[in-house]
Design a protein around this ligand. Sequence first.
Ligand code: SAM
Length: 294
Amino acid sequence: MTKPCYIAETLFDVLGFRVSFVADKIVFQGQGDLQSLILFENHRFGRMLMLDGATQVTTADEFIYSEMMSHVPILAHGQAKQVLIIGGGDCLIAEEVLKHNGVARCVQVEIDKAVLDFSKEYFLEWNRPFFEDERVESVIADGMHYVADPANHGRFDVIIVDSTDPQGPGAVLFTRQFYEGARRCLKGGGIMVTQNGVPFFQADELVGTMGIWRDLFADPYAYIAAIPTYVGGHMAMGFATDDKAMRSISVATLEKRFAAAKLDTRYYTPEVHKAAFALPRFIRDLVEKALSSG
Ligand code: SAM
C-alpha cells in the first residue's frame, strides 16, 4: 500500500501549525517568474493551486470567494461598466465579473505571467471566458505601477484586489502608496474591494488596511465569507467607497439588480450580501478600532 503524498501549506508555520492535503496527482511543481507554484489534484478539493506555500484557489470552493469578491461590489454599485482586477491570476474572479452584461471592460493586472499561462493550461474548464471574451484587457504588470500611472486615474467603477497575502510581490498591495493610487483610479462613487486574510489568524492584514483607509475613504468597512481552504474561519474582504449608500443598500434593491443580472450563483444571494457586513464582534472590534484610532 503506497503511502499517500501530503502537500503542506506553510503559510501558518509562524503560528505553529500546518494544514496538509493529500495529492492524488501532482500536475505541476516549479518556479514561476516570481513565486513557487504547485498544482495538484485532491479528491475532496479538486484542483488546488499553492503559491509560495499558501493555498490560492481550489476548484471545489473557489465559487465562494469569487462570487463574494465580484458580485458584492458590482451589485452594490449598480452601474459598473469599467472593472479593474489587481492580481487574480487564476482568472476565476474575472470569470464572475464577465457574467455581468453591464460590464463593458474588465482589465486584469497580474504580475506573474507564469500564473496566467498556468491558469490557461490547467483551469480553462473554470475560467475560459477570461481568454475568449473581448471585453477583457489582460496586463502583465505590478499592480503598484499600474495604479501609479495617471493614464489609469478616474477610469474604474469597481476595483477588485485579488492578491496573495502581504508576502513576496503581494506585500506592496497592502501599502498606503498602493491604496492611494488605487483610489485615484476610481471614478466618483466607485468601490474597491480587497482580500484581507482570515482575521482569526491574520488580524494585521485587516487592521493595517482599515488603518490606511480611515484617511482615504468616506466609508471604509469590511465584509466576510467562510471559504473552507482559507483556514481559520471567516475570511475578511475590505470594502471602500466615498458613497455611503453603497453599503446601506437595501435587500429589495439588491434583489432587483440580482434578478436583472440573471446570475446563476452557488453562494451569493442578496440576503447573504447584506448579512456579510454584519461582522462578528471580534472582527467588528478590529475594524472599528482601526477606523477610529487617530
Ligand atoms: N484568492 C487568493 C488569495 O486570497 O490568496 C489569491 C489568488 S490570485 C492567484 C493572487 C495573484 O496575485 C497571484 O497570481 C499573484 O501573482 C498576484 N500578485 C501578487 N502580487 C502582485 C502585484 N504586486 N501586482 C499584481 N499581481 C500580483
